[in-house]
Design a protein around this ligand. Structure first.
Ligand code: SAH
Length: 245
């Protein structure tokens, strides 16, 4: 019976992979990977390493989570070193916890290897600091996706009246609703918002607007994309560095 490394692959730029993640990738007998993990990472694997794609992007699972858990488990029965490579960090809307629990219940050893989460790194590549002295003292990372088959919102909108930076993951398809809700709870229509698509990759694109107009401005941007709401968005004017002007 092998060991499973539940490994964060970082947000896209391959150089944002941790040294530890790179080591386990190089030692892996099998790598079970997501659509969000940069596929170039797989080139680091040793000869004979097997690759299993359990692609999922946003909420559109190609394999249901239960099946992914089982794939990881079955591979752990067959292989010594199993790497489960996940975009960003395994615990930030990565379902890494569920995978760990499934393995623990079946007596499989595992390690978690944190990854650089897109929630912080993608705004950073866009020149938007998630906190900034004198502007905001906190930030939240929120899912923009709501489970289907739910009559009412699971997102506690009332809590978002404060001036923390809010980073919505998995929310591009609900951008209009998100902005509308934030205006409803009292944020000004001209409150700054940025949408960042394919962050930390050569295709990164950032669109800046307000709660009122970002939906129109960001139309057609490709996924993965995240939404940053807050005064910190304005700092991009001084801090933008990665994207070509
Ligand atoms: N565990 C991941 C997040 C998984 S949820 C992490 O820590 O980064 C998937 C969501 O992350 C996407 O819907 C998108 O909102 C965001 N995301 C991931 N990679 C991204 C990227 N390179 N650029 C923009 N958003 C990204």
């Amino acid at each position: 019976m092998g060991k499973v490394y539940l490994t964060g692959a970082g947000p896209g730029d391959i150089e944002l992979l941790t040294v530890k993640a790179l080591r386990v990738v190089r030692e892996a007998d099998v790598i079970i990977y997501d659509r969000l993990a940069n596929p170039d990472i797989l080139k680091e694997a040793k000869d004979g390493c097997e690759f299993v794609y359990v692609g999922k992007e946003d909420s559109h699972h190609i394999l249901p989570q239960e099946e992914i858990n089982e794939v990881i488990y079955q591979n752990a029965l067959k292989h010594e070193n199993v790497v489960r490579l996940k975009g960003g960090d395994p615990f930030v809307f990565g379902r890494g916890g569920e995978e760990g629990i499934y393995l623990r219940e079946r007596g499989i050893r595992f390690e978690f290897i944190p990854g650089i989460t897109s929630a912080i790194a993608v705004p950073e590549y866009a020149g938007i600091p998630v906190t900034h002295r004198g502007v905001t003292v906190s930030f939240r990372v929120v899912t923009g996706h709501e489970s289907r088959n739910k009559d009412h919102s699971q997102i506690p909108w009332e809590n978002y009246r404060t001036d923390d930076t809010i980073i919505f993951l998995m929310g591009l398809h609900r951008l209009k609703v998100i902005c509308k809700k934030l205006i409803e709870i009292g944020k000004p229509a001209e409150y700054p918002v940025a949408v960042i698509s394919k962050g930390t990759t050569p295709d990164e694109q950032t669109v800046v607007g307000t709660l009122e107009n970002i939906y129109e401005k960001a139309k057609g941007l490709p996924t993965p994309a995240l939404i940053v709401v807050g005064e910190v968005v304005k700092l991009r004017e001084q801090l933008s560095w990665f994207e070509k002007a």
